[in-house]
Design a protein around this ligand. Structure first.
Ligand code: PGA
Length: 252
C-alpha cells in the first residue's frame, strides 16, 4: 500500500557535467513513478540544471534549506527559491548537518513546516550514534527526534513526509544495520507516529532506511515490513547501481 521511495543523496559530490551525464543515462530508465518514487538530491547550484533533465519519473531534491522566508542569512537557500526552481523534495536534518552545521531538533521542525508552506516534500532524517546504540537507548532517542520533528505538523501534511532512519554509525562506513535492526527502529518510528496521530495515519507514512545501502543489500532491507525505501549516499552516485536499487523496489 505504501509506494517505495528510493532517493540518492549525492552530498558534495559530482560536478555539473557529471550530474547531467547521470540524468541523461538514468532519467528515462527509471520505472514509472506509479510504481516507485525515484529521487536524486544534488548540490544547490545545479538543482535547476537537474530539474530540467529529470524526466517524468525521476524527481530532484535539495539537501538542505533555511527555515525563514528570506533575510540576512549568507550562504543559505530559501524554500521559495527551491520551489521556483521546480525542486520536489528536500532532505531535512541529515546527521551530517546535525553534527557539522548546527542543525537541531528545533530547526528540523521549523524546516519541515517551511517545506510544506512551499509545497516541498521533506525527507526527514533521524538516527542514533554508536554510543546511543551501545547504551541501548536507540528507541527512546529516535522516538524523541520523531516527536520533536512532528510538533505542530498536521495529520494531512505528515502523509507527505518521508522519514529516513539513518543510524550514524552506518553512514559511509560500509557497516549496514542488519535488516532486523533497521526494521526494529523503523517500526519504533511508525509506532511513535501512531502515538502522535493515530495508527491509520502511521500506516501511511513512508519510512526509508539509510546507511551503506548498496545493490547487494537493498533487497533484504526492502523486504522488511516497515522499510519503504532507501536514502542512499555513496552507491547512488553510480548510474547502474542507482538503477539496480530503484528496480529492486519493484520486486517487493
Ligand atoms: P551512505 O550515505 O549510503 O554513503 O552510507 C547515506 C546517507 O548519508 O544518506
Amino acid at each position: 500500500m505504501r509506494k517505495y521511495i528510493i532517493a540518492g543523496n549525492w552530498k558534495m559530490f559530482k560536478t555539473r557535467g557529471e550530474a547531467i551525464n547521470f540524468l541523461l543515462q538514468v532519467a528515462d530508465k527509471v520505472p514509472s513513478s506509479d510504481l516507485v518514487d525515484s529521487v536524486v538530491c544534488t548540490q544547490a547550484p545545479i538543482l535547476r540544471d537537474c530539474v530540467k533533465r529529470q524526466g517524468d519519473n525521476l524527481k530532484v531534491g535539495a539537501q538542505n534549506m533555511h527555515f525563514k522566508d528570506s533575510g540576512a542569512y549568507t550562504g543559505e537557500t530559501s524554500a521559495l527559491l527551491l520551489q521556483e526552481l521546480g525542486v520536489t523534495y528536500v532532505i531535512i536534518g541529515h546527521s551530517e548537518r546535525r553534527a557539522m552545521f548546527n542543525e537541531t531538533d528545533e530547526t528540523v521542525n521549523l524546516k519541515i513546516k517551511q517545506a510544506f508552506a512551499f509545497n516541498l516534500l521533506p525527507i526527514v532524517c533521524v538516527g542514533e550514534s554508536l554510543e546511543i546504540r551501545e547504551a541501548g537507548t536507540t528507541d527512546e532517542f529516535v522516538s524523541n527526534q520523531v516527536v520533536k520533528a512532528l510538533e505542530g505538523i498536521s495529520k494531512e501534511d505528515v502523509l507527505d513526509l518521508v522519514f529516513a532512519y539513518e543510524p550514524i554509525w552506518a553512514i559511509g562506513t560500509g557497516r549496514t544495520a542488519t535488516p532486523e535492526m533497521a526494521e526494529e527502529t523503523c517500526k519504533t518510528i511508525r509506532n511513535t507516529i501512531a502515538k502522535v496521530y493515530d495508527a491509520d495515519t502511521a500506516s501511511k507514512v513512508r519510512i526509508q532506511y539509510g546507511g551503506s545501502v548498496n545493490p547487494a543489500n537493498i533487497d533484504e532491507l526492502l523486504a522488511e515490513e516497515d522499510i519503504d525505501g532507501a536514502l542512499i549516499g555513496g552507491a547512488s552516485l553510480d548510474p547502474e547501481k542507482f538503477l539496480t536499487m530503484v528496480n529492486a523496489a519493484l520486486k517487493h
